[in-house]
Design a protein around this ligand. Structure first.
Ligand code: FAD
Length: 530
């Protein structure tokens, strides 16, 4: 088998690994990025329909936030690689069964008018929060995510030193559940923001404290979803092209099985087919902590506390966190036509549409069912028709549909295998639920050209780092967040082996397309290597 030698060898080619690879390549290091699947991009990957030519689907991330304003976007000069973001002006919608709908526009002035039709008081509060707390979002939320984590006590002390920090601590004493009830009186609005909050991965019950600020953040950020023209893969394509232009090499279909450790130092990796990629400077793993520590490094090289910690690291529903989804993919002749468009026609132009929740209790009932392993196809779904904004994703005049909902990985009393038996019936129920609000999608009509499901075990099969289908690659629970991610001893993007570094969603600040773990880890590696 052939051996290779690079300065840095990076395991996994999701967007975080590619952001890091971009910085290392730009700094002059010869970089190799090794990817298990046939495609680079991980959870930012767009695939052609398996049924009809010309339709493309997002199997993973479908909306991104704020990407062109992130530091790595400009540092890596991604605007030179054909990447273009589309900003849907009608950003979020929520049709209700009584024919009304709530709409969040990119322009908060128009959103205020939409909320006024539900509650004047809520509209005033929305507007006030939107403007008063934008600064807090920038100064606290953003700085926290785009810096290596610091110990909680230190963070508290730092916060106490500024007015904005003290306000943040005050807001965060409450739970998201309490906060949403304090800020809004309308049940639908409360449900909407609790749902957005649970997309962050938390269970929105009153007992989960220190999450109040997230509702404020969702109020400020809830109108900023965007999508790359052509699909999420365009982002990772741009990142990959940037790495290649700076001398890096991408190796798809290259699964890492082991990290080679020589004299206590990470010297390279060995792939499952026996190739060796030696690293003169460093190895970086962007995959799940379980593979990195228990498989690639091995217990014999690790302190027992770390081995125990990683064995107890929780993924998805096992940790009561909601990074696990069932998805319906379809091609259609027409875009969804909501009954609520009679109340406000703009609902048909909404980018993300939250369907099926009308009160906070319904959000909670759904999530509780998910934790118990009960299929919950009749409750809430997030729906999207990307071709409304990006017609390149389907043949002329046709549409691509996506609906996802929180779902258990393992079905109660049956296990994950049960999904294979129930997935088609489940798919029909999800579509029927969507059609209750958009009747032209009714399964018995002839609008749907084809459809197929993606179950939580499918997610894990495609991307093995998303264990138990968890797209956050580790539950977002206080014990695994910030300085605790993945463990307090190894939260600064450094493994306890010389020249071995960590990045990816299993490190701070976790999952989603933020590039933050890649950006933060790159700063640490570059500083260490001088
Ligand atoms: C259904 C679904 C919907 C989602 N929707 C959104 C959304 O709308 N917006 C959003 O922001 N996020 C969304 N996400 C989450 C987002 O996709 C992930 O959080 C994100 O991709 C994590 O990025 P990463 O770079 O850390 O890891 P990944 O993207 O998971 O990349 C890791 C890479 O490592 C590779 N790998 C694993 N093991 C090995 C190995 N042994 N050797 C070599 N390579 C290996 C994997 O194949 C993968 O390509 C969604 C995810 C799913 C599953």
């Amino acid at each position: 088998m052939k051996n290779f030698e690079f300065d840095s060898v990076i395991i996994g080619a999701g967007h975080n690994a590619l952001v890091l690879a971009g910085y290392l390549a730009k700094s002059g290091l010869k970089v190799a990025v090794l990817e298990r699947t046939a495609f680079i991009g991980g959870g930012a990957g767009t695939f052609p329909s398996p049924f009809h030519p010309g339709f493309v689907h997002e199997y993973h991330s479908q909306f991104h936030r704020n990407i062109p304003n992130l530091p790595w976007y400009s540092d890596l000069e991604l605007d030179q690689y054909g990447l273009e973001y589309i900003y849907p002006q009608v950003n979020n919608g929520m049709p209700l069964s009584d024919g009304r709908c709530l709409i969040v526009h990119a322009d908060p002035n128009i959103t205020k008018k939409s909320i006024e039709r539900f509650s004047k008081k809520d509209a005033e509060n929305y507007f006030k929060i939107y403007h008063e707390y934008a600064d807090m979002g920038r100064k606290i939320w953003f700085v926290r995510d785009y810096s290596p984590p610091i110990p909680p006590d230190e963070e508290q002390e730092l916060m106490k030193k500024s007015k904005v920090g003290r306000e943040f601590l005050e807001l965060n004493k409450k739970s998201a559940y309490e906060m949403v009830h304090e800020l809004f009186e309308d049940e639908a609005l409360r449900a909407f923001y609790l749902f957005l909050f649970s997309v962050r991965g938390y269970l929105p019950v009153p007992t989960v404290k220190n999450t109040g600020f997230a509702i404020v953040a969702m109020t400020v950020m809830g109108n900023k979803a965007m999508m790359p023209r052509g699909g999420a893969r365009q982002l990772t394509h741009a990142l990959g092209s940037m790495v290649i232009r700076h001398g890096g090499v991408l190796f798809p279909a290259t699964e890492v099985g082991e990290i080679i450790i020589k004299n206590g130092r990470a010297a390279g990796v060995e792939t499952t087919d026996g190739r060796k990629f030696m690293a003169k400077q460093c190895v970086v793993s962007s995959v799940d902590p379980t593979q990195t520590f228990l498989k690639f490094i091995g217990e014999k090289h690790l302190d027992s506390a770390i081995v125990e910690g990683i064995k107890n690291y929780k993924y998805g529903i096992s940790g009561k966190s909601f990074g696990v989804l069932f998805a319906l993919h379809a091609g259609s002749h027409e875009a969804p036509n909501y009954t609520a468009s009679k109340w406000d026609p703009m609902i048909n132009q909404a980018f993300n549409t939250c369907v099926g929740y009308e009160s906070p209790e319904e959000v909670l009932a759904h999530l509780t069912g998910v934790i118990e392993g009960t299929p919950t196809e009749n409750i809430g779904i997030q729906c999207c028709c990307p071709t409304l904004f990006d017609p390149t994703r389907a043949p002329k005049g046709k549409h691509v549909l996506l609906a996802w909902q929180f779902a258990p990985y393992s079905i109660k009393d049956a296990g994950p295998e049960e999904w294979e038996k129930i997935k088609h019936e489940y798919l029909e129920k999800v579509l029927a639920r969507w059609a209750e609000y958009a009747p032209n999608l009714a399964p018995k009509g002839n609008n749907i050209i084809y459809k197929f499901p993606e179950t939580p075990p499918d997610t894990e099969r495609h991307l093995i780092n998303m264990r138990e289908g968890d797209f956050h690659v580790g539950a977002l629970i206080p014990e695994q967040l910030g300085f605790n991610r993945p463990l307090p001893q190894i939260s600064g993007y450094k493994a306890p082996i010389d020249r071995l570094y960590l990045t990816g969603a299993g490190t701070h600040p976790g999952g989603n397309i933020t590039g933050a773990p890649g950006y933060n880890a790159a700063q640490v590696v570059i500083r260490d290597l001088g």
